[in-house]
Design a protein around this ligand. Sequence first.
Ligand code: SAM
Length: 320
Amino acid sequence: RPPPDADSAVRSTDSDAAQARLSAVRKGYLADPYVNLLVPRSHLVPARPPLINIGTYVRSEALDALVEGWLEAGDGVKQVVSLGAGSDTRFWRIMAGPLKDRVSQYVELDFPEITTHKAQAIRKHKELHSILGPDVKLEKGGTALISPQYSLLPVDLRIAPSESLAPLLDSLSPHIPTLFLAECVLVYMPPSASNALLQWFSDNFDCVGGICYEMFGLEDRFGQVMRENLKARNVSLPGADAYPTLASHTARFQNHAFAHANALTLKTIRQSYISPAELERISRLEMLDEIEELELVLDHYAISWGAKLPPDSEAGDLAR
Ligand code: SAM
């Protein structure tokens, strides 16, 4: 095993995210038959506290709704690029559902250590590789996996996208509506790097949407505790201070020509967008003592989205 490098702590946040998802699935908040295949020694992963399970649930439901809205809009197929995809299972969940024919290309990007591990898990588990068909190739020393519809590529997203993302233009069409996802990723890189990514998508696709999920508003006491916890693990958040408010998350999209943009906190999504029946269902899954603490935590996470649409387009208007 190589010694940890400066980025190993950032990569380790993928295990946190995947283990939190596994916990929420096991408790019955979410349905995901794939997550345990991507978590090593999944049977040893302890349950997360109710607060984490509920946060994972709200985040996942909100992102699913936005992605599904994009895929459903208009008539044609769509392309999806997931930045810092980690152990995300979204591609397989979409392929198992009614929107599978809407996806022409799905690309996942992450550090090579993460993509190597994911490529191995895909090769190992039939549930994961059978969806890709027979024409699956490992490339770049096992760090990349290429199939007709799905690709997994090793990239350091801090490198100028004109260089790092250029290979994507071989398989993606600039004329097919394209959605990028950045789920808890941009906060780990300097704003100059994340802005370059947004600008690259804006420049290279006629019709493009993006969805970001981030922690924010970390200047208060709660934020300090969160930062200290992460610092103890050597994780810094170079992207956190540039976007301290919900309005700044919306403006980030607008600054890169994603004219239709919006942002909501997980607190607001839980209060106003999750149906009463679902809230009732999840309230029965486990005891949550501290609703105030839950709301404080959820108030520090934002989902923002934006779309750059060609004139007269109805495809994928994420801002609706
Ligand atoms: N998006 C996944 C999810 O929500 O489940 C994983 C989120 S995890 C918190 C952050 C991911 O971003 C990790 O897999 C990490 O390796 C990746 N990441 C962070 N900075 C990156 C960079 N500069 N280049 C490539 N990947 C990066």
